[in-house]
Design a binder for this molecule. Structure first.
Ligand SMILES: [Zn+2]
Length: 313
């Protein structure tokens, strides 16, 4: 079995305007690098389907889903743009991109559970981990990872899953959705202080939140993972892992001030592969979150994929 790679052309049609860091070129950079390094040939490339409202309702309120659809689906016909907050706007391609992003996470979850892939990576945008139960924010519309984790629990009958978030920003949306849901353990590190300025005080006992000071290097993050994440995760024994895979903690990324490099993403991913082997028959679904320096993003995703696919560098 191979590592599945889910994406869709619709995810590049979501455009928040000139100069916005969460840009369509992010996916092009990842794809080009996979071709250039021939890593693409080691992956099973698949098109993401559209998620349904019923699937998204496992993580978001019906009222929020309906309101978002009513405001941004008509943009496809009108050609207009709509600002949802100072960082987040929708345009003609946004609604389909949003549904493809969540749909990728859902299809990847089913493929891994059904044994059609060993694990999976979703190269999608918009990202999801800032989207709360009732609100789009921080470049995010629906919370792809939370939707997929709830699908594994509620539709596929899993008893316990883990969400691992290594984006430089705190996954406040994921925390908002899953706090108090003891079937999910969320482990994250994030630069603190940094947008969205939350996370230092966890909202639930099912959170392992590790704030990291600005200008820390990978060694600090690795120690935190070994000392704070892994003991809790091994006690919890998740049956499946969902990764909020942001690559903006890279030292070349200007949206954060941490100092990770590609080797750190290899190391983190390998720890998660080992964890999944111990408890979850290797089941991992990883979804792209942040990562805004195009070169660093492409190289870091490749490092992540090599570890997922067991391909030597
Ligand atoms: Zn981020």
């Amino acid at each position: 079995m191979t590592t599945a790679f889910y994406s869709h052309a619709d995810c590049r049609a979501h455009d928040m305007g000139r100069g916005h860091p969460e840009c369509p070129q992010r996916l092009a950079a990842i794809h080009d690098h996979l071709i250039a390094t021939e890593l693409a040939s080691a992956l099973d490339l698949r098109d993401a389907p559209l998620a349904t409202a019923a699937q998204i309702e496992r993580a978001h309120s019906t009222r929020f889903i309906s309101a978002l659809q009513a405001s941004i689906e008509p943009l496809a016909a009108s050609g207009k743009h709509l600002a949802l907050d100072p960082d987040t706007s929708a345009g003609p391609g946004t609604w389909n991109a949003v549904l493809r992003s969540a749909g990728a996470a859902l299809a990847a979850t089913d493929a891994v559970i059904d044994g059609h892939a060993a694990n999976a990576f979703c190269a999608v945008r918009p990202p999801g981990h800032h989207a709360t139960r009732h609100q789009a924010m921080g470049f995010c519309f629906f919370n792809n990872v939370a939707v997929a984790a709830r699908h594994a629990l509620d539709a596929r009958g899993f008893a316990r899953v883990a969400i691992i978030d290594f984006d430089v920003h705190h996954g406040n949306g994921t925390e908002d959705i899953i706090a108090g849901d003891e079937r999910i353990l969320m482990a994250s590190f994030f630069q603190h202080p940094l947008y969205p300025y939350s996370g230092a005080m966890p909202k639930g006992t099912n959170m392992v939140n590790v704030p990291i000071p600005p200008y820390s290097r990978g060694s600090v993050v690795r120690a935190a993972i070994e000392q704070m994440w892994l003991p809790r995760l091994d006690d919890f024994k998740p049956r499946m892992l969902f990764l909020s895979a942001g690559f903006d903690a890279h030292r070349e990324d200007e949206l954060g001030q941490l100092g990770l490099i590609e080797a750190d993403y290899s190391w983190i991913t390998q720890r998660m592969v080992d964890l999944a082997e111990r408890h979850a028959q290797g089941r991992i679904v990883s979804c792209l979150e942040g990562g805004y320096n195009l070169g660093a993003l492409a190289r870091s995703v490749a490092a992540h994929l090599r570890a997922l696919a067991g391909v030597a560098p």
